[in-house]
Design a protein around this ligand. Sequence first.
Ligand SMILES: NC(=O)c1ccc[n+]([C@@H]2O[C@H](COP(=O)([O-])OP(=O)(O)OC[C@H]3O[C@@H](n4cnc5c(N)ncnc54)[C@H](O)[C@@H]3O)[C@@H](O)[C@H]2O)c1
Length: 327
Amino acid sequence: MAGVTAGSSARRKVTVIGAGMVGGTVAQMLALRDYADVVLVDIVEGMPQGKSLDLMQVGPLVGFDSTLIGSNGYDESAGSDVVVITSGIARKPGMSRDDLLRTNMGIVRSVTQQVVAGSPEAVILVVSNPLDAMCHVAFEAAGFPRERVIGMAGVLDSARFRTFIVMELDVSVEDVTAMVLGGHGDTMVALSRYSTVNGVPITELLTPERLAAVEQRTANGGAEIVGLLKTGSAYYAPGTSVVQMVDAILLDKKRVLPCSVLLQGEYGIDGLFVGVPIKLAAGGVEHIYELTLTDAERTALHTSSATVRDLVNAMAAIDSGQTAASA
Ligand SMILES: NC(=O)c1ccc[n+]([C@@H]2O[C@H](COP(=O)([O-])OP(=O)(O)OC[C@H]3O[C@@H](n4cnc5c(N)ncnc54)[C@H](O)[C@@H]3O)[C@@H](O)[C@H]2O)c1
């Protein structure tokens, strides 16, 4: 059977593991950027190959020269500059939280080990859920420095926060910035004091009641979409958030973005992946910013990071064959 071959290319290479809804969106958005070749990897036979070929055929229509290759293995991914991990399964009816954690741990660990063998210099972006816990798994499996294993959550959560601020104030998205901290999930901390409309903190523009409602809707942002879709979860904004991070790395943009990174004492948190603002550039994490927080904000951050600690403990228990009662 004739296949698509890589040819010779001096372009940067991005491997996307998991060619599902988020992975497919990342591949499409990256191809439109036209600065990198994309390798899509999935365990489902034919699916990443089919999606890649379909996306290649968009090239002549919109004018990109990126090559997309689908694979069920890792040979084609060798030499990747960035690896995006979206592989995993969603929780199925009757499945316990531990079962899901065990399954996704196994998937993320196995794909990380396989991909880093051929791409030892890559920056890894983790997307699979539970996000901060999966960052720990990828970090340990890769053996990379903390600068090169980064979780995508804050970029999406802050885009959701910005969207709801825009809907509330009827202003341009271009003027709205928003900051979030903490683990990915409903304990996420929407930092209104550091969120602005062209420099004006939103605390000056919204009543405390509206502010609380916007923060709450942001924390519930993923669940709201799951509730509407009924099958599956969000993928357009998550995929676009990943691509913003790939841009920052491959174009060395030095973007300041909230991302999940391994904290080693910053914010009084040690040894946990938690969402904080970082400078994202060619080598991955270039700087971790420590914001001054109020007592309430710091407490909320520590409450959120405690949920990550619980998952890390549950994973350690799973690894040592015990039942993770705390999960
Ligand atoms: N971090 C975030 O903010 C965020 C946002 C959205 C989704 N997510 C998470 O991203 C993940 C992907 O979401 P989705 O909607 O694309 O799901 P999906 O089910 O559409 O895609 C997941 C893909 O992973 C593949 N896969 C499973 N095991 C694999 C393995 N061992 N090797 C290679 N591929 C494998 C599946 O075949 C599937 O195609 C989920 O864990 C989801 O919860 C995270």
